[in-house]
Structures are given as structure tokens and as C-alpha cells.
Ligand binder design. Sequence first.
Ligand code: COA
Length: 256
Amino acid sequence: MDYTTLKTKKDGEIAIVTISRPDSLNALNSTFFKEFNAYLDSIDKDGNVKALVITGDGKAFIAGADIAEMQNMSKDEGFQFSKTGQNTFLRLENLNIPVIAAINGYALGGGCELALACDFRISNNYGKFGLPEPGLGLIPGYGGTQRLSRLSGLGNALFLSLTGQMIDSAEALRMGIVQKVVDASELLNESLDIAKKIIVHGPNAIIALKKVIREGNKLDLNKAYDLESKEFSKLFESDGPEGMKAFLEKRKPNWN
Ligand code: COA
């Protein structure tokens, strides 16, 4: 499929998608959401994608939802626009492959929210983060109010969203919003290297980790421990035997 808001490529088994509307700093509009969902469909169908890296075109990662498109929305249209974003980012969060945000510049509003729905975030030293919505008379509507407080704590979420203040990548690292900051020239290579280190692991172990950490985070602690034991034990009938045998035989595992 030809996309107007995305550039897509693959590096071996790693898919790379670049959000590309540089004239509006990659602001997220309805066309983006349609195309991004179609792109996620294509990853499902491909069957040979083991990790996804998301980045932005030009000087921005994503400068938020498209303000020009939102400006004339009714309350019902606003509700739908929020649900479309929430559902898309939930889908992204629940992919059973690792998803890395490679943040190359402004990650504001909906852009920050998309990054928060990824498994983790690598930023270059130009990364800028913020939830400026209250300055527009709005609030984040794509899950960001909930994800930010769970990731970085209530105080940081309230501080960033109430002030609408932009922070740089060093501050985002300190708040636990990004996991690593690298030089601009290294961003994509570093993100791909990290993805490559992940995908040599047992594929079922990766799926189980995402499930246990993400679902467990929403559960009562005892239920979360039960989920961990259940998923741990299931691996004794999938990746576990080969992974442990390969270790003891001093060779690389063959997951097939
Ligand atoms: N929606 C629609 N258009 C946007 C946009 C957004 N979220 N963010 C930037 N743009 C557009 C600008 O309107 C401008 O368009 P123009 O060239 O037709 O005038 C273009 O992108 C470049 O942006 P500009 O503001 O000139 O760049 P800058 O380097 O001076 O400032 C930002 C960069 C990110 C600080 C500034 O663009 C900004 O504050 N954007 C909005 C951020 C925001 O509130 N996001 C939350 C939305 S809910």
C-alpha cells in the first residue's frame, strides 16, 4: 500500500516506520490513523517482523495531534478522535513484538502519547517532551494521562500536564520517560541494535514478558504473581527446553 503519512522499510526482521508529515511537524491526523492501522495490519500479515521501530521525519518526532483538523470538531467528533487514538495506541501497546520509539525531536501531545504506548523510548539529544494541551484548552486524549502517571509517577504526570512545560531528553531520562539518550547521528543505529539484541531471545519468552509486565501492572499483586507463574510454566513447553539445552551444550538456541 502507498502511504501519504508514513515511510516504511525493513532491516532484516525489524520493521521501521517513519511518521512523515514534515510540513506540520508530523502532526497526527485522521489519515495518519487510517494508514497506521493499515500498516499494523500489514505487519500482522507479514509474519516475519520481530520488532518495530517508530521514528519521525525531519526535526520532529511528532508535534501532537493535528490542531488544524481538531479546531472545528464537535464534542461527538472529539470523542471519536480520542477513541481512534486510544484504540490505535492500545493496539500498538498490545503487539506481541517489541516496539521502540526512536525519538528524534519534538514528542509533544499525541506524539508523546504515541511514544508512551511503545515498550520503551530511546531519544536523541534534541528530544523534547511535553503535554501542551491545556494551553489549547484541551487535555491529552490518546491515553497519555493514564500512561504517563503509571510510567513516571503521579507527581511527574501532574507537573508535566498541568504546566504544559516542555522538557529536554536529559530531564525525560531523569523522570524515567525515556530509557536512553544518544547522539542524533546514532539514534536509528542504536535503536536497531537494541531491537537486534531483543529478537535473538526466545520469541515466546518475549511475548510472555510483555504480557506479564503489562497485564500484571494492572492487577492486584497476588494475581500478578499468579500470572507470572502461569506464563513462566508455559515456557517449559515452548522456548524453555531449547534455550536451556542450548546453554548447556554451549551453542546458540534454534527457536524453530
Ligand atoms: N498540529 C498542526 N500543525 C502543527 C502542529 C500541530 N500539532 N505543530 C506544528 N504544526 C505546524 C505549524 O502550524 C507550522 O505550520 P506552518 O508552517 O503552515 O505555519 C509548522 O508545523 C511548523 O511549526 P512551527 O510552529 O512554525 O515550528 P517551530 O519550530 O517554531 O515550533 C513547536 C515547534 C513544536 C514548538 C510548535 O510547532 C508547537 O508548539 N506546536 C504545537 C504543539 C502542540 O500544542 N501539540 C499538542 C497538540 S494537541
